[in-house]
Structure formats: structure tokens, C-alpha cells
Design a protein around this ligand. Structure first.
Ligand code: SER
Length: 894
């Protein structure tokens, strides 16, 4: 590293060595090294991105799941957005970083972890003991005692701190506990210069490197703490920070893990590091954001306007713009992906495996943003120039730039600030909220909403994998709005909408005389008068309850005995579409590559929709290959199997999972031979042959890097194909050609049409010329001025204008006034030659003319046009035109 600082460490280790030393140290103490989990949390839909090593273990801490091992160590990919604005401006802030962690699930506690941490830092990393300080939670005498008595840290270097510093929680609710932090004293030259400063008195001098959390409580929604089932340990040490300390780097970017990227960016920009503060900020920001973006894309995130996709979009765009600030003219981030992959690919294989996909995704986003910047920039420049003197840009203007032109709000703020202009954040938020409100009310008009977030208090057992019918007692009826209510049973065969699969429909039968052997389709016919049939319109999940949606007014109430009967024919259609979706997913990965990740899906009774990450439109041969693969798999009639197993086991078996879904302890894994293995709670066919037929109906892009395939299966596929065949045979009948000859025949017809159109155009021209000639012969003279006035048939305003102008050209000097009626609407135009405009105005002439029959007209000296009025009085007005012209020339008041 070029810029070494004299931090008194005895060893200088590379980041790879530090990483390995950490893993070795904890493996030697009984820990199992587990790979980093994805940046996209698989288990916790409450957080956008993985922010700490403990996140993937939350259910274990909460006692909801059993740990595979009681001691685990990880180097976890983490992403925090809280520091976004500081990245590049400070020495240590990052979006993406790596956290070294060791975890105990009800195994060791403070007495073990504190001495270990000390041993690792001082003996294995070689940090002098005199450089280390520690903090403990104000009331944690036990931790204080261990640090002081067991480890031997002098009591003046153990500082008691409050909850804000020494009580750690992953969020407002969930596992948490007091913590103890270890700090490295970088020396007074890093801080405020006070040689005697203590920890807590000088933020820059004392660098926190390791946080030991004594995870022993759960915090509920009311803020109440209850002890967790076991006492646990969660520690986290930032690899970037500790590397900076050990390498004597002035900031994290000068370590061996980030400096190569920074240098490459500097090289592209033709600037050198440490020459200008502003350029250094840009270099660091790009370094951080590029690395972070590569990791996010590697974990399946695609740029979008929402959620984690938006985080990704934002960092790519910020990095791109800082590239421009450095003088890099166009896209460049994607060219550095191989470098990032070579630095980290040994530990994070996804960077290597998906290198091409990461590069493509970045390149595409850069290209789009380049366009947006070019367009938005000039609009913003105008807007800023207009408010330069006021020093204030309206929130509504910033919103319009964002909403209409896709220009990011943050960028507007940054650019405005560079010119000393403040942007009205509240105004922007208000405009955004108004738009959300409009969207919300549109949604509510369109469908059902749950009115209150009322606690239903029933957990429904789903029986629909095995049956489509169940007798039970109504446990609750909840209001839903829009004339609907929700009926909750304890057990039901109705599938509630989830995982993309639509909710079941069917009926409730109320009454005593229900014959459970009668199939759904025959029920209506066989019911006797004592039984009431209540249609179930949809099924939704609410908390743990499955809610059957029915019209209000049936008087359903808790205690009613019902037979719940799923529309099993419809369910069969859904099953076919669902299994077909799995086949499609697997086929996409086979044909396009394993970067294909599901971004969303809809499984209905007559269509399926599958959204996935892929950088470009599919070619027709790719589509054919995918469709063929799926249909071949259908023809092999492979059995479809479901196994219920622990999540970890499922993941280790290579089952594909949708990251943002929440999975319980036990998950269902759906296997279709060796072709596909996926976590899924939906309903499926027994063997692929049940699907019958699969047909892709469309392929399109729905966002940058996200494609959508729509397809049909089973009967819907048959109907689709039959529809095409019928249309085709109608076409062949009309053309009197066999299907194979149709394209040829159409080409010929089109050719014939084109040549007829040419002839028609030529004839029209001749006709117009003849008409104009005949009008010229009706030329009159009024007060020495040549006037052509005529009523034309079937001519639009535009055609009248063209005709009038060519007549005037022929007249040379004079006035032309043409009026015509097309579809009972009058249009009129007036033209006057240059030499007469001193005496007369076309606008005045047309205005008076139009008034004669109740129309309106206006214009300038040369040309005027008008419309409206009573078509029946038009002829009289045309006859009076010479008189009007006369009066105007003579200036007789009209
Ligand atoms: N969870 C703690 C942190 O993120 C320690 O791993 O700081």
C-alpha cells in the first residue's frame, strides 16, 4: 500500500490472511465454518438486505428453529444503507462490507467469548494490548469483571456505556442483548490531539473493531424484553476495518482489498489519488458502490424502482455520475467487474459464475442512466437557472423530473446543492404521497381490501394437498369492505393465494343434508331444498388464518356448520399451470444460464406468468428450445414428488428457493425427476403428463434486466392452439390457399394493394388540379382585388388549407376563401397575398364570414382558419363573401 501510517502493530496481514486466521481460530474452538448467506435475506421478509452476520440465525436465536451446530463461524456479506450519504466522504463508511462473526446457540457465553476475542486480536493479529480499549453495558458487572479479572485489562480502559452504545438489536423487535465492544486506539494524531483522551471522548481516535453481543432477550412490539430460550453469542468484526488497522491504512479504501479497484477507476479517469479532495471522494464512492453493486447483482437483485432493486439502481447511478464528475464520459463500471471478481471470487463464487450477467446488468443500467442523465440534465439545468436567484427549487418540480423523466431525486438534490440551491424535500414527499394516494384509491376501487388489521386469532390448517372438500364449523367472520366478508374455518381444503398461485374458489354448503360423495360439478343439481349454497369468490391468507371471501348478506356466522367444497375442475387447471411454471423455470436455466432467477410469478387457472432476471430479449430459437424442453418433459410423464424437510437440508440439497419468501421450520420441496427441484407450498399435478400441453404465448421486458414469459398449459393450451388453428383456417378460406401458401399469397396481395394505392394517389392529384382549374375560372374582382371563394365537398381543414395555398400561388395577388363540410362539420380557411395585407387581414375576413352562420374563425394577416356553425347556412355565407370583402376594403362597419 502506498500510504502507510505508523500504527503500532507488529504484523501486517493481507485481508485474505486475516479472514483465514479468523476462521482457523474459531474452527480450532469447535466452530463449523458456514458460507456467507445471500445479501437477499431468505428467512426474514422484514428486512431488505442482510445487515449483519446474525440475520440468517434469527429464527435460531428466537428458539423457532434448531441450530445445525451450536458453534458456527461465518464471514458474512453485509449491506447497510444507513451510511449511504457518508460513503466516500469518510475513512470507514461503506454500503457493502464483510463481517467476521462467531456464534453460540445456547453453548458458550461471556466467560469464553471475551478471553477468545482478546487472544485473537493480541496474539493472532498482533495488536499491542496497550492499544486496546473496551466498553461494556452500564450495568453489566459480569462482563466488566471478566475483562478486568480474567483478561487483565486495566479498569481505566474499560468504559461503561449506555443503551445507545452497548445494547445491540437487529431491529425494533426480535433478539437483542447487551454488548461489549473492542476499540483500537489509533493514536492522538487521528483524533482531536488530546493525548489523554479516553474512549468515549474522541470518536476518531478510538476505532470500534469488534462487537460482542450477549444475545439473551427478545423484544416484542410493545418494547418489552423477555429472556430468550437460551443465552447466545453473536459477534461481528468488520473485515474492512480490521484490515485497515493491520495494514496501517489511513482509510479502508487504502487496504489491499479495495485499493486495486480505486486505482483502476483513477486510471480510467486519468486522475491520481490524493491530488484533490473532491476527486478522492468520487474515487472512494465509486469503489464502494461498484463492489456493492456487483455483489447485489450476484445475489439476484436487479435494478428497479422499488425495494432492494432501487437500492441497487441508486448506487449504480451514483457511481456512474461520480464517474462523470471525474471526467469519464460514458459507461465504465461494467468494465471493472472482472477485477472485482478476481479480488473476491475465491470466497464468493457467485461473482465468478455470474460475471457475464453482472457485467451485462451494469452495462444496461449504465446505458439507460446515461440517456436519462443527458435528457434530465438539460431540463434540470433550466429549472435550476430559473430559481438561481431564489436559491430554492420547488418539490413539485423535482417530483416532475423524477416522475416524468426518471431523474433521481437524490441527483436533483446533489446538483442543486452544488449550486447552493435548496430543494424542498417536503414538497417532493407531498407530491410523492399524492401519487401513492391516487394509486391506492385506484387499487381499492378495483378490488377487495381487508378493512381493519384485526387479529383473527385462528390458525387454519390447510388440507388441500390431499382433498378438495371438508366439513367444519365457522370460527370467525371478518369484514372485508366492498360488500364482501371473510369466513374462517379451522381446517380447509381451499388454497389461499400465495407463492404466485391464485386463491381457490368454490362453495360453502350450509345445512344438514349434504352428501359428501357428490362431486362439485354435480352438486348444484343434486342439492335438496334444505341446503344453501354460498359461492366462495376467492381465498386469501391473513395472519395464520385462511380467509374464504364471500358476498355479505348470507348471514354467515361463527358456529355455522359448513361443507367447504373447492371448485376442483378449476383447481386442476391451476395445478397444471403451477407444475408447468416449475418446468419453465428449470428450462429457462438450462437454456439461458443459471443467472436466471425468479423475480415473480402468477399461477392462474388459464394462464401463467413468470418474471425472471435476464439482460436481453429472448430470441425465437431460445423460446422454441425452452418450449420444446418443457413439452418433452411433459411427454416423459415424470412423477412429481413432494418431500417435507428442514430448510437447511432443502437448501443443501440444491433446491431453488424464492429468496424473499418466508419459510417455516419445515419446508416442502417439489421434485420433478432430476429436471427441477424447488421449494414450493403450492398444489401440483401427480405426473408431468397431467399437464397435457405447454405453449408460450408471449415474451416481453417489464423492467431493466427483467423479462416476462406468459404461457398456457393443459386445456388452456389446447384452446389457445385450437384458436390459432381456427383463425388460420379462416384466413386460408378467405385467401383460397392452403395454410402453407398463406404467407406467399399475403405478400402478393400487399404488393397489389401498394400499386393500387399509388394509382389512387396519382388520380387524386389529377382531380385536385382539375378542381383548382375550375375554381380559377370562377375568379371575381372586388374593388380591384381578385377573389376566389368556393364551397368544397368532403374536405378536412388540412386539405382546405393546402388547396387554398396552391390557388393563391396561382392567383399571384388576391384573396382565397374556401369552406367545406366534412361529417357535418364546417371548416373554412382564408388566405391573402402579401401585397394586400396592408389593406386587409385574413383574420378579419374569416371572422366576419364565420359569424354569418354561427361559426368562429380567427387568424393573422396572411392566413386564418375557423370552424363550427350551421352547415345549412354555409351556402348563403359563401354567396355573401364578395360583399363582406367589399365592406372590409371600404372599411364599412360590419
Ligand atoms: N450483530 C452485531 C453487529 O452487527 C454483532 O455481530 O454489530
Amino acid at each position: 500500500m502506498p500510504f502507510r501510517l505508523e500504527v503500532a502493530v507488529v504484523k501486517s496481514l493481507t485481508f485474505k490472511e486475516i479472514r483465514q486466521a479468523y476462521i482457523d481460530f474459531f474452527e480450532a474452538r469447535g466452530h463449523v465454518h458456514q458460507a456467507s448467506s445471500s445479501l437477499v435475506p431468505r428467512r426474514d421478509p422484514t428486512v431488505l438486505l442482510t445487515t449483519a452476520g446474525m440475520l440468517q440465525f434469527k429464527p435460531i436465536f428466537m428458539g423457532l428453529e434448531k441450530a445445525s451446530h451450536t458453534r458456527i463461524t461465518t464471514v458474512q456479506k453485509c449491506f447497510r444503507t444507513t451510511d449511504l450519504d457518508n460513503v466516500g466522504r469518510t475513512a470507514r463508511h461503506h454500503t457493502f462490507f464483510q463481517m467476521l462473526g462467531n456464534f453460540s446457540f445456547g453453548d458458550y457465553f461471556k466467560a469464553e467469548v471475551i478471553p477468545w476475542a482478546w487472544e485473537f486480536l493480541t496474539t493472532h493479529l498482533g495488536i499491542p494490548t496497550t492499544r486496546l480499549w473496551v466498553s461494556v453495558f452500564r450495568t453489566d458487572d459480569e462482563a466488566f469483571r471478566i475483562w478486568h479479572e480474567v483478561v487483565g485489562v486495566p479498569s481505566e480502559r474499560i468504559v461503561r456505556m449506555d443503551e445507545a452504545d452497548n445494547f445491540w438489536a437487529a431491529g425494533p423487535t426480535g433478539p437483542c442483548g447487551p454488548c461489549s465492544e473492542i476499540y483500537v486506539d489509533l493514536g492522538p494524531e487521528f483524533g482531536n490531539g488530546n493525548v489523554n483522551a479516553r474512549l468515549g471522548e474522541d470518536d476518531n481516535r478510538f476505532l470500534e473493531v469488534w462487537n460482542l453481543v450477549f444475545m439473551e432477550f427478545n423484544r416484542d412490539e410493545s418494547g418489552h424484553l423477555t429472556p430468550l430460550p437460551a443465552k447466545n453469542i453473536d459477534t461481528g468484526m468488520g473485515l474492512e476495518r480490521i484490515a485497515a488497522v493491520l495494514q496501517g491504512a489511513a482509510n479502508n479504501f487504502e487496504t489491499d482489498m479495495l485499493f486495486p479497484i480505486l486505482e483502476a477507476v483513477a486510471h480510467l479517469a486519468g486522475v491520481s489519488y490524493r491530488n484533490s479532495h473532491a476527486a478522492d471522494v468520487s474515487l472512494k464512492l465509486i469503489t464502494d458502490h461498484l463492489r456493492a453493486a456487483a455483489f447485489l447483482i450476484g445475489d439476484g437483485v436487479v435494478p428497479s424502482n422499488e425495494g432492494r432493486g432501487y437500492v441497487l439502481r441508486r448506487i449504480i447511478r451514483r457511481a456512474y455520475r461520480h464517474g462523470r464528475l471525474l471526467g469519464i464520459p460514458g459507461s465504465f463500471l461494467h468494465t471493472l467487474v472482472p477485477l472485482v471478481a478476481s479480488l473476491y471470487g475465491d470466497f464468493y463464487v457467485e461473482l465468478r459464475e455470474k460475471q457475464a450477467h453482472i457485467t451485462d446488468t451494469l452495462a444496461e443500467e449504465e446505458r439507460r442512466f446515461g440517456q436519462t442523465i443527458d435528457r434530465g440534465m438539460s431540463l434540470l439545468e433550466d429549472a435550476l437557472a430559473a430559481v438561481e436567484s431564489e436559491g430554492h427549487l420547488k418539490g413539485a418540480t423535482a417530483f416532475e423530473l423524477y416522475d416524468t423523466y426518471g431523474f433521481p431525486f437524490e441527483l436533483t438534490v446533489e446538483l442543486a446543492e452544488e449550486r447552493g440551491i435548496r430543494v424542498d424535500h417536503e414538497g417532493f414527499e407531498a407530491a410523492m404521497e399524492q401519487q401513492r394516494e391516487r394509486a391506492r384509491s385506484a387499487r381499492e376501487k378495483a378490488g377487495i381490501t381487508f378493512t381493519a388489521d384485526a387479529e383473527i386469532g385462528v390458525t387454519t390448517e390447510f388440507l388441500g394437498y390431499e382433498s378438495t372438500e371438508q366439513q367444519d364449523t365457522v370460527r370467525a367472520v371478518v369484514p372485508m369492505g366492498a360488500g364482501k366478508e371473510g369466513v374462517v374455518l379451522e381446517r380447509t381444503p381451499f388454497y389461499a393465494e400465495s407463492g404466485g398461485q391464485v386463491g381457490d374458489t368454490g362453495v360453502f354448503l350450509l345445512g344438514e343434508h349434504i352428501d359428501p360423495d357428490v362431486s362439485f360439478a354435480n352438486h348444484a343439481a343434486k342439492l335438496d331444498g334444505a341446503t344453501r349454497v354460498i359461492p366462495v369468490l376467492d381465498t386469501q391468507k391473513r395472519q395464520g388464518a385462511i380467509v374464504h371471501i364471500v358476498e355479505t348478506g348470507h348471514g354467515m356466522q361463527a358456529g355455522d356448520k359448513v361443507t367447504a367444497l373447492v371448485n376442483s375442475e378449476r383447481r386442476w387447471h391451476i395445478r397444471r399451470h403451477h407444475t408447468a411454471t416449475h418446468l419453465l423455470h428449470a428450462a429457462l436455466r438450462q437454456v439461458l444460464g443459471t443467472h436466471v432467477t425468479q423475480a415473480g410469478s402468477l399461477v392462474g387457472s388459464d394462464i401463467l406468468r413468470f418474471d425472471f432476471s435476464h439482460p436481453r430479449a429472448l430470441t425465437s430459437s431460445e423460446l422454441t428450445a425452452i418450449e420444446t424442453l418443457v413439452n418433452e418433459e411433459i411427454l416423459t410423464n415424470t412423477g412429481v414428488h413432494t418431500d417435507v424437510m428442514a430448510f437447511e437440508q432443502a437448501r443443501d440439497s440444491g433446491a431453488m428457493a424464492l429468496f424473499d419468501e418466508k419459510y417455516g421450520d419445515a419446508v416442502r420441496v417439489l421434485s420433478i425427476g432430476d429436471f427441477s427441484k424447488e421449494l414450493c407450498g403450492g398444489t401440483h399435478v401427480r405426473a408431468t403428463g397431467d399437464i397435457g400441453l405447454f405453449k408460450i404465448t408471449s415474451e416481453s421486458g417489464i423492467a431493466a434486466g427483467v423479462r416476462r414469459i406468459e404461457a398456457v398449459a393443459g386445456l388452456a393450451a389446447f384452446q389457445y392452439v385450437r384458436g390459432i388453428a381456427q383463425a388460420m383456417s379462416a384466413v386460408s378460406d378467405r385467401l383460397k390457399a392452403g395454410a402453407a401458401e398463406v404467407p406467399d399469397r399475403l405478400d402478393k396481395l400487399q404488393e397489389a394493394l401498394r400499386s393500387s394505392e399509388k394509382q389512387v394517389a396519382a388520380l387524386r392529384g389529377e382531380l385536385a388540379a382539375a378542381k383548382a382549374a375550375s375554381l380559377m375560372s370562377q375568379k371575381q374582382s372586388v374593388e380591384g382585388i381578385a377573389l376566389v371563394v368556393a364551397e368544397m365537398e368532403d374536405m378536412t381543414g388540412e386539405q382546405l388549407r393546402a388547396a387554398a395555398q396552391s390557388l393563391l400561388a396561382e392567383l399571384g395577388s388576391g384573396v382565397v376563401l374556401l369552406a367545406g363540410t366534412a361529417q357535418s362539420k364546417v371548416s373554412a380557411v382564408a388566405c391573402i397575398s402579401d401585397d394586400l395585407t396592408g389593406r386587409l387581414s385574413a383574420g378579419d375576413l374569416l371572422k366576419v364570414f364565420m359569424e354569418r352562420f354561427g361559426g368562429r374563425g380567427s387568424g393573422r394577416a396572411h392566413f386564418a382558419q375557423g370552424g363550427g356553425g350551421n352547415p345549412e347556412q354555409l351556402s348563403a355565407a359563401v354567396a355573401s363573401a364578395p360583399g363582406i370583402l367589399h365592406d372590409l376594403v371600404r372599411r364599412v362597419p360590419t
